[in-house]
Ligand binder design. Sequence first.
Ligand SMILES: N[C@@H](CCC(=O)N[C@@H](CS)C(=O)NCC(=O)O)C(=O)O
Length: 327
Amino acid sequence: MGLLVQGKWQDKWYNTGSDGDFKREAAQLRNWITADGSAGPSGQAGFQAESGRYHLYVSLACPWAHRTLIFRKLKGLESHIGVSVVSTDMLDQGWSFDSQTGSTGDSLYGLHHLHELYTRNQSNYSGRVTVPVLWDKTRETIVNNESSEIIRMFNSAFNHITGNHDDYYPESHRTAIDAVNDDVYSNINNGVYRCGFATSQTAYEQAYTNLFAALARMEHRLGQHRYLTGDQITEADWRLFTTLIRFDSVYYGHFKCNQAQIESYPNLSHYLRELYQWSGVSDTIDFDQIKRHYYFSHTTINPTQIVPLGPRLDYQRPHNRETLLQA
Ligand SMILES: N[C@@H](CCC(=O)N[C@@H](CS)C(=O)NCC(=O)O)C(=O)O
């Protein structure tokens, strides 16, 4: 685990500062693919949606990268956007393309490490080397490394190519989606990391309290509606999903988020199963890679690198979410 400083790799764990609170670094590369190549909300113009032009680098363990894989699937983009999967293990050289540990290899350039892609994009890059990365094969540059923006591009920029007009960020729901996203991002998606990566008791307890308060709010919402913002599934649901699906296997134990398992929440657990069973979604999930990544890579938290065998969970069990709607 490390970062690039002026294009040079340095092996370094996160710096939590004097309060012991984990602060996630903001993604730096923020261009947008658009249908006609005009500029998006940030970055440069010139990234027009085209079949076969873009490539996605992901980890199957990472909840942020997982969002982009789900959107690639839901929006029918699999034949238009290629994927390379990094290794489960993120050790002293960061993400690698070691096929012995679950990587597909880098199908574009045969790179050994993801940091080489970042320096190929910008030779003096400084910052963390994160997944997901959306790469432009034509301009040989990184389009964007922020998952929340990549899913928005996938949601709409390629509609004229795929003919898939399903909308996970509909105009009419945007205010509600944005509000839920803010709560879920700070307290749940990033909240589990703030529990796990805290280096002071106070920072951990604050993150833990915020996390379980936010989960209680989501549990309540899901007692009112089938999905977080009503009767239509939106990006807010998929953004929550990628944390929920890792929770009982990893965050509960490894990140000490152990007030309750998702299995014990009546609404959240059934909702989680509904989303897991959504057409194509379980293909984007690999529990062995998820568990191995966290328990084996975070040697500061788990120095023995022992990966637990449990828990045994069956997400294929029926869920009652249709009946809730009729009630
Ligand atoms: N803001 C980014 C965060 C991505 C992120 O932090 N990914 C993690 C994997 S779960 C990573 O690559 N971490 C490597 C590091 O921080 O050095 C996004 O949502 O795309």
